[in-house]
Design a protein around this ligand. Sequence first.
Ligand code: AMP
Length: 490
Amino acid sequence: MAGGIGADLEFFIIMSFDTLGLSAEILRALSEKGYEQPTPVQQQAIPLVLQGRDIMASAQTGTGKTAAFTLPILQLLTQNPMAKGRRPVRALILTPTRELAAQIGENVVEYSVHLSVRSLVVFGGVSINPQMLKLRGGVDVLVATPGRLLDLAQQRAVDLSQVEILVLDEADRMLDMGFIHDIRRVMKLLPTSKQNLMFSATFSDDIKVLANTLLNKPALVEVAGRNAAADQIEQCVHLVDKKRKRELLSYMIGHNDWRQVLVFTRTKHGANHLAELLNKDGITSAAIHGNKSQGARTRALADFKQGGIRVLVATDIAARGLDIDLLPHVVNYELPQVAEDYVHRIGRTGRAAATGEALSLVCVDEYGMLRDIERLLKKAIPRIALPGYDPDPTIKAEPLQTGRGGRSSGPSPRSSQPRGGARSGASSSARSGDSRDGSSHFRESAGRDSRPAQRRRPAANGGSQPGRSSGAPASYAGAGARDNRGGNKK
Ligand code: AMP
């Protein structure tokens, strides 16, 4: 994407990449990519990494985190070359999902195009043999999901004893219940003395504590408030009955002529079903989730990026890191169970200073989740209301359907967690899944926050779009009151 992404940020001191201590070859690659200035996270992190510091960096999603760690790594590796003929893995980048690994791998290739650095991406769901072959040939920078990396290590196809720099991207996710065991196993294969870099858009308090135990006197890089959503994303909420969500979504896509929409559901089944229904409505769609083969996942994403399909319906597999150039619309068809995931989901739009819109369709069952999200964001999300789609005030909140066909009645995991303490069982089960290939990222079981939606002051006017209301519809407050009476099964 062409440069200038930090230019809009207030208090951003204009500086150029030349001043950061990067080699001419790296600068050339950046200029070929069209980058003009380092983004704030790049400005802060690159010098620290070059000094050999451990860092814990929280930066809003889409603000150039990948280059913030990749560029100084490439610089360090090339300025301290290995003896001729030796090519052990010197930098290891771990990510929670295959798609993110592939994307980071592409960036590494682009940034190192004028260097003699060899990089490789390894993840599950595809044949392991070509990965083994390439590793045998020598790799400097390895990007991996933890499960496949451990498989390779078990088969003695990769030697991690010479790793100098470890990156945990989406670190909060990597240190969460689904991955922490694999991460600890990987750590045992790495030298104790190495540089550790942790990057994430969000860091919960307890993950911060855990991260600190793995870092050596880390420098903190915090370019925007933790858990903040990018300013250029215009967010709004439409309260609507669950059974009318699909109709409303089809209407909004058709009526507004949205050409590229990333839609999030909570479950894999829900993603499939919605994609089918949208296709029936004449809106070309595909689903992407952990039950799809890696081939189908890659194809769906490529089709979506190239405009072959209009809607990609995803579980949280696509919530983190995916960079879809100028993606204009994200829709939360169902709110995420964990409030932080909202920030990750909507961060798929509004990247690199492009503007984007994030619409959430919220039914009465989800008012508790909406409240958790607004508390995390520290602001109310503006409401819009399309005539005819007001929620029916007689409908009562019901427990949310879980991904395994059961029903859950516990509180939402994040809100049930003791601050700074151990994670609750609810949290761990909500995050359970197959961590071996990175697909543990899916949170298919939905705990329910059945606490009442609180009465709140009407939200601020959402802006200039037609249909935007100046506050929460009366039915929302009514629904909250109703929930207080009958729906609160806490
Ligand atoms: P990331 O947060 O690493 O996923 O990056 C988000 C997007 O910003 C990607 O499309 C990058 O190619 C782009 N990007 C990263 N750094 C810069 C920069 N300094 N100038 C312009 N675009 C950038």
